[in-house]
Design a protein. Structure first.
Length: 722
C-alpha cells in the first residue's frame, strides 16, 4: 500500500495533528444502477476510523480545496484536502487536522453538529451544542486553517449553520429539542449573525434570534398535544436563496417550511407541506415487514417531514426540494409513535380522508384483515382522530420520496411517488428496505422505508440534477429536475458493501455538490458523509454524450472485455455497471450460469430462506436441476464469496445437466490437491482439463476467490463448450 506524504507540518494550540497522507487503495464495492446521461465513479474515501458518528456534515472550500467534516464520535472537526484528487484514480484520504470541541475554552459544551464554509473569506462556522442540550448553544468561528477566532451564543441545540451566498450573514437553525423527561422544552428559533463588519480574533458580533408566531402558521402546519406550539417548532435545516434575500427553514416535526425575509430579518410565513396519500395509484409503498416485497396502496397518509432541503431555479423561478424522511417526537417521557396493532380497537377508517378508496372498498379491506396484517406498522398517535378519539385516518412518518414545491406559492409540482422503493426492488431485491446498521431484508418496511435524509442540487452541462441520500438503505438517488414538473430518475449509486452489516460507505447523512469549476479534477464531484461507517465518499460525475455505453465501467482495453460483452449478448448479464474488480459471490455465479443455461425461473416455493427478489426463482431453478446446494438447512448464503472449488463443482454439474454425461477425469495432478475438498477434486481437474478454469504453477488454489472479470472469462469459456 503506497503512501504519498505531503510533507505538511501542522501547528496551532487548538489542533490535534494527524500526519497527512493519501493512500492508493482499493475502492469499496460500487454500484451504479441505471445509465441515462451520467457516469459516476468513486474517486476517494475518507475513513475517520471512529465508526458510527465519525462523519456527519461536510462543507467544502473551493479556493483551498479543503473539506471540513464534523466528527460526532470524537466531538470534533476533521480537515481534509481534496487537492490531490485525480480523475479516474481512487485515493484513500487522510485528515490533515483534527479539532476537538474541548479546545475552544467553552464550558459545558458537548458536540459539533454542523459546519459551514464562508463563500469568500477565510472563515468557517461550527455549531456547538451545550450540555445539557436545552441550554443555549454556540457558533464558533475559525479560519480555514483551523485557528480559533471568536464565538457567539445562539439558541438551544444549534443543529445547522450556513452562510448567505453574499457572505454577510450566518444563519443558525436552533432545534430546541426537549430533554428526555420533558421537564425542559426550549422554543425553537433561528439566529441571524451579522458579518458585514467581518470576523476578527475575539471580535463581538451582533446576533438576532427569531422566534415563531403561531399566527403565521397556515392550516397545514402539523401540531401535536405536547407543549406549546412555539415549543413544538424545531428548525432542522436552512437554505438561502441565490440572491441572499430569503431563507427557507425546514421544520421537520411540524411538516412545514418557514420563510424568512433576510433584509427585514423577519419570519413572514410558515407553510405546511401536506400529506402524501398512499391510497392513490403512484403513491404505493411496502408498509409491512412480512419478509416479502409488496409495494401496494395502503390506507396511510404520510407526513413528508423533510430534513435537509435545497433550492434551485429554472427560468427565474425558485423551487424547494424536500427529502421526505419523516421524524417522530420520541422521548422517555413522551412518544407519539404507536404500532397499528396497539390501537386496533380505536380505528374506524373513513374514506373521506383517502382519495383512493370508497367507503365500501375500505370496509372490505378492513374486514379482510388488512389492519391486522399491518399490526407492526408505525403511525402517529397524535393525528387522525375524531372528537371521540377514534382514528378515522392513519398518519405515517415520511413520504419515502422527494418532492418539489414552487417557492413562491408552496404548491406541490412533483413527487417521486413509489419510485424509490420500486428502484430498490429492481436493483437490489435481496436488500430491499434493509436498515443501516444491519442487513435485514424488508426490515424497514413497517417504519419509514429507505428514509430520504438529504437532498442537494447541481448543474451538469445543461441539466439540473437532484441527489437524494437514502439514509437507511445506503444509496443516493439521482434525478433530472431541469423540468421540475416532469422530473425523472437518472441513476442510483451506492458504495455500501452489502456483503456485511457495516462495510464500505454506510448511511449517507450529508451531501455536497462540487461544481466542475470548483473541482480539483475538472469534473463535478459529489461528497457524501456516511454516519454509520464514519466515512466520506467522493464521487466523480461525467456526462455520457451520445449513446450510453452498455457496460460503462469496462473499457475495450480491459482483458476481460470480450468475455463480458459476450455474456451481455447472451443475456447472461444486463447492461449497466459490471464491477469487474469486485469479488464474485455465490449468487453472482449461480444466476449467471442459470441464465446461460436458459433455465426457466422456478415457480416453486423457495428452498432457501435467505434469497429474495427476482434472483430467487433462478437460484431455485438451479437447485431443482441439481446444479447447486445450500450451505446449511434452508440457507444459500448468496452474498458469500464463492471459492474456486465451488465454481468447478457448479460448472461440472451444469455440464452434466445439459449433456447428461458422467464426469470422467484423469487423476488429480495439482500440487495443492490436498487442499481441495474431497467432493470437488474430480470437478476441479475436469474444469481445468476442459479449459474452463486455469491452474497457476500447477496449483488450483481451491479456497481462493475470483473477481467478476475473471469469472466472466470462465463462464464464457464454459458456455461455449456446451
Amino acid at each position: 500500500m503506497k503512501k504519498l506524504l505531503t510533507g505538511l507540518t501542522l501547528a496551532g494550540t487548538l489542533l490535534f495533528s494527524v500526519q497527512p497522507y493519501h493512500v492508493l487503495a482499493e475502492a469499496p464495492p460500487f454500484v451504479q444502477y441505471g445509465q441515462t446521461g451520467l457516469h459516476v465513479s468513486q474517486l476517494a474515501q475518507y475513513d475517520s476510523r471512529a465508526g458510527e458518528g465519525g462523519t456527519e456534515i461536510l462543507a467544502y472550500d473551493a479556493a483551498s480545496q479543503k473539506a471540513f467534516v464534523t466528527n460526532g464520535a470524537e466531538a470534533g472537526l476533521d480537515i481534509l484536502s481534496f487537492a490531490e484528487l485525480t480523475s479516474g484514480e481512487f485515493r484513500q484520504i487522510e485528515s490533515i487536522r483534527r479539532i476537538h470541541v474541548a479546545d475552544f475554552g467553552l464550558e459545558q459544551v458537548e458536540d459539533i453538529t454542523s459546519v459551514a464554509s464562508h463563500p469568500s473569506e477565510d472563515l468557517i462556522a461550527l455549531a456547538v451544542v451545550s450540555n445539557p442540550k436545552t441550554d443555549p448553544g454556540y457558533i464558533v468561528f475559525l479560519t480555514k486553517s483551523g485557528d480559533y477566532l471568536t464565538h457567539v451564543q445562539v439558541g438551544a441545540l444549534p443543529d445547522m449553520v450556513t452562510f448567505s451566498p453574499d457572505g454577510t450573514k450566518a444563519l443558525v437553525a436552533n432545534e430546541g429539542e426537549p430533554n428526555d423527561d420533558y421537564s425542559v422544552d426550549p422554543e425553537g428559533s433561528v439566529s441571524i449573525i451579522d458579518l458585514t463588519a467581518g470576523v476578527a480574533a475575539e471580535s463581538s458580533l451582533n446576533v438576532n434570534t427569531l422566534l415563531f408566531d403561531e399566527k403565521l402558521f397556515d392550516e397545514n402546519v402539523r401540531v401535536s398535544s405536547k407543549g406549546s406550539v412555539e415549543q413544538q417548532i424545531e428548525p432542522e435545516y436552512i437554505v438561502v436563496s441565490e440572491d441572499s434575500s430569503t431563507a427557507y427553514v425546514a421544520l421537520q416535526e411540524n411538516n412545514a417550511v418557514a420563510i424568512i425575509d433576510l433584509q427585514a430579518e423577519k419570519v413572514t410565513a410558515v407553510k405546511g407541506l401536506g400529506e402524501k396519500d398512499h391510497s392513490i395509484p403512484g403513491n404505493e409503498l411496502d408498509g409491512k415487514e412480512d419478509g416479502e416485497i409488496n409495494i401496494e396502496n395502503l390506507p396511510l397518509l404520510g407526513w413528508r417531514m423533510p430534513d435537509a432541503i435545497d433550492t434551485f431555479s429554472v427560468n427565474g423561478q425558485t423551487y424547494i426540494v424536500t427529502p421526505n424522511e419523516g421524524d417522530a417526537r420520541d422521548y422517555d417521557a413522551y412518544s407519539e409513535e404507536v404500532k397499528i396493532g396497539e390501537i386496533l380497537d380505536q380505528i374506524e377508517l373513513n374514506a373521506e380522508h383517502y382519495q383512493g378508496y370508497s367507503q365500501e372498498e375500505l370496509d372490505e379491506l378492513v374486514e379482510a384483515g388488512l389492519l391486522e396484517s399491518m399490526e407492526d406498522t408505525l403511525v402517529t398517535a397524535e393525528n387522525g382522530k375524531n372528537d371521540q378519539g377514534i382514528y378515522e385516518a392513519l398518519y405515517s412518518f415520511g413520504g419515502r420520496s422527494f418532492s418539489i414545491f414552487n417557492a413562491d406559492t408552496m404548491e406541490l409540482v412533483y413527487d417521486s411517488g413509489a419510485e424509490f422503493e420500486q428502484i430498490m426492488a429492481e436493483a437490489m431485491p435481496e436488500h430491499f428496505n434493509t436498515t443501516n446498521d444491519k442487513l435485514q431484508f424488508d426490515g424497514r418496511s413497517d417504519a419509514k422505508g429507505p428514509e430520504p435524509e438529504t437532498v442537494v442540487t447541481g448543474q451538469i452541462g445543461d441539466s439540473i440534477y437532484a441527489f437524494i441520500a437514502l439514509e437507511r438503505f445506503g444509496a443516493i438517488m439521482v434525478y433530472d429536475v431541469t423540468d421540475p414538473e416532469a422530473s425523472e430518475f437518472v441513476t442510483m449509486i451506492s458504495s455500501r458493501d452489502f456483503t456485511v452489516d457495516v462495510g464500505g460507505d454506510v448511511s449517507p447523512e450529508g451531501l455536497v455538490f462540487i461544481d466542475a469549476a470548483d473541482s480539483p479534477t475538472g469534473y463535478p464531484l459529489l461528497s457524501a458523509t456516511h454516519e454509520i461507517s464514519g466515512t466520506v465518499a467522493v464521487y466523480e460525475i461525467q456526462e455520457q454524450l451520445g449513446e450510453p455505453t452498455p457496460i460503462p465501467d469496462v473499457e475495450q482495453e480491459h482483458e476481460a472485455y470480450s468475455y463480458i460483452m459476450e455474456l451481455l449478448e447472451r443475456e447472461v448479464i444486463d447492461a449497466g455497471e459490471f464491477r469487474p474488480a469486485a469479488t464474485l459471490t455465490r449468487e453472482d455465479l449461480v444466476v449467471m450460469v442459470s441464465r446461460g443455461l436458459g433455465l426457466e425461473p422456478s415457480d416453486q416455493s423457495g428452498t432457501f430462506t435467505d434469497v429474495h427478489g427476482e434472483n430467487a426463482s433462478l437460484i431455485q431453478a438451479a437447485y431443482e436441476a441439481g446444479i447447486v446446494n445450500g450451505t446449511a438447512d434452508h440457507l444459500f448464503a448468496p452474498e458469500e464469496f464463492i471459492t474456486r472449488e465451488q465454481m468447478a463443482v457448479i460448472f461440472t454439474r451444469a455440464f452434466h445437466y445439459i449433456n447428461e454425461e458422467t464426469v470422467e477425469t484423469s487423476e488429480v495432478e495439482f500440487m495443492d490437491d490436498e487442499q481441495i475438498s474431497g467432493y470437488a477434486k474430480a470437478a476441479a481437474q475436469y474444469a481445468v482439463d476442459l479449459g474452463w478454469m486455469k491452474a497457476t504453477e500447477e496449483e488450483f488454489q481451491p479456497k481462493a476467490n475470483s473477481s467478476r472479470a475473471e469469472a466472466a472469462e470462465m463462464i464464457s469459456l464454459f458456455l461455449n463448450d456446451l
